[in-house]
Design a binder for this molecule. Structure first.
Ligand code: 6PG
Length: 239
């Protein structure tokens, strides 16, 4: 399902309202809302909005935050996804440390991927050995990557591990990332994508063009149990 809005801010607000609604649903069942967060400038817009306008409406004590991916840098590094989330969201909302499950980008990548996977297997319900998130929030890069699964790392979509090490194709930076199977077990996948730099790739993905098949985001969108695209008009210009 595509949800298209005028501006990035309106798009982020629509995702905030979705998170509010879904979290409340779980709260009614006295169950936690398990959400996996991505990094990037578009998710940051959402986190800032949540911090500014949803502090008193979202049942934060029912949220358990996980990460989709993390750069292999310390949490204080400017490129850290956790660091970005901490500054834009976590310091502003009443969420307990015990409900924040950070990927430790400062540690050995292979060891951290194994540790994080083991933690997920303990903390979340499993299907075929893979963790079930209530919601996985994804961005998409200009190259059609999502999470830290890049077009030259398509094998991570089929990995038998739930958490693996990805490598950024340009910088060579190592990343801890959920794999395709871990993302696809989610009850819902939400792509939050804005800006004209994503327009062409997005058309290829949403129009199921043959070229789209080379993008990790295409594979996730095609195989997810439920995938929703939240887009601004710039990103959706060719749809
Ligand atoms: C990361 C993200 C990555 C990001 C996309 C979109 O660690 O960079 O997880 O998948 O979400 O690259 O980033 P922008 O919203 O900044 O374009």
């Amino acid at each position: 399902m595509n949800h298209i809005y005028e501006t990035p801010e309106e798009t982020a607000r629509a995702v905030a309202e979705l998170i509010l609604a879904k979290a409340k649903e779980k709260t009614k069942q006295s169950l936690p809302f398990n959400i996996a967060l991505s990094g990037g400038s578009t998710p940051k817009l959402l986190f800032t909005l949540l911090a500014n306008e949803y502090v008193n409406s979202i049942p934060w004590h029912f949220l358990r935050l996980f990460w989709v991916d993390e750069r292999c840098v310390p949490p204080t590094h400017p490129e850290s996804n956790f660091g970005m989330t901490y500054d834009s969201l976590l310091t502003h909302v009443p969420i307990h440390d015990s409900n924040i499950f950070r990927m430790q980008g400062e540690d050995n990548p292979i060891k951290e991927a194994a540790r994080y996977q083991k933690m997920l297997e303990k903390e979340l319900p499993l299907q075929d050995g893979f963790p079930i998130f209530d919601l996985v929030l994804l961005g998409m890069g200009d190259d059609g990557h999502t999470a830290s699964i890049f077009p030259d790392n398509m094998d991570l979509l089929q990995s038998d591990q739930a958490v693996a090490v990805g490598i950024h194709p340009v910088s060579g930076q190592e990343r801890i990332t959920l794999t395709g199977k871990a993302i696809l077990e989610a009850k819902q996948v939400v792509f939050l994508i804005t800006g004209s730099s994503k327009t062409t790739v997005l058309r290829e993905i949403i129009k199921h063009e043959a070229k789209g098949e080379r993008y990790p985001a295409f594979y996730i969108a095609k195989n997810a149990k439920a995938a929703d695209f939240y887009l601004d008009k710039a990103a959706a210009a060719l749809l």
